[in-house]
Design a protein around this ligand. Sequence first.
Ligand code: PHB
Length: 358
Amino acid sequence: MALDLFSPIKVGSIALKNRIVMAPLTRNRAGEGNVPREMNVTYYEQRASAGLIITEATPISAMAHGYPATPGIHTEAQVAGWRKVVDAVHAKGGKIVLQLWHVGRISHPSLLPDNALPVAPSAIKPAGQAFTYQGLQDFVTPRALAAEEIPGVVAEYVQATRNALAAGFDGVEIHAANGYLLDQFLRDSTNKRTDIYGGDKVNRARLLLEVTQNVVAVAGADKVGVRISPLNPFNDISDSNPQDLFNHVARVLSPFGLAYLHVVEGGMGGSDLPPFDFVELRKNFSGPYIANLAYDKARANAAIAAGNVDLVAFGVPFIANPDLVERFARDAALNQADQSSFYGGTEKGYIDYPTLQG
Ligand code: PHB
């Protein structure tokens, strides 16, 4: 029988009951001190029938924050808050990994310690505005990280990984997608460095490689995934040769024996995207491949049956359907998501979407 979304799979050391992955989703509902709170526990617990939950992007340090009310993984209280989430998901038989996030230049001094400037590979201001506690404010020109500061950034990923493991997570996902810090180093519109972290693709991939090496050293490769988004222009980013760059990224990540590579296969928000062959990308990576972006059940099953992908991550459908797995199993209709309650707010539009059971 052909494989499909309901075929069990092991990604690294994590045994999954199905291939339906809950994508990382920023919801801006953490409590005081960016600590996960009761409604966050309920939200993830409701979705524990997913084969794998990837948490919302989670700042690894005080300098990694770029949005209000995102839950961190750099204080004791945050670790304790996440432990409640993990325990609730595990009690329901689910698996959950934490997404390690540093936003780089996609931040604002008002969100950072002592009104610091955001950090980035190069001092290039993104077009657009930051979401702050005071409302939308123009992005600022970030400060380029000195080469001597890079080991400190890598150390933040390592400490955050230790914290995630202490909270009981099944693993971690390194967020190297969507125009945030690691992606800012990868792509050549945002990385104009002239040291060993800039220039050709080998140099631009160096920081991701170092972060991966060091996170793998504390967690084990079989508990580490990486997320990339070769085409996504979100956060004012692009690359002059994405196929060549990301084929290289997949090639250098492959020998680690990671739990998975997770790929946003397009752009969030419509725009003209360059041609890109994701099947070719995948050929450069020997481990499990999670595809994401605008898949439905039929397309996901077809991609898995064809052997082009191993798992599929669903975002918006999981916001509106805590029982997405059961709905797919029964070919039931899906709830439509209310966009106005995606980011921030109360329990409304967060933990009140109905299941088939009512
Ligand atoms: C967002 O807050 O809109 C957001 C966060 C992380 C992502 C993508 C989008 O990777």
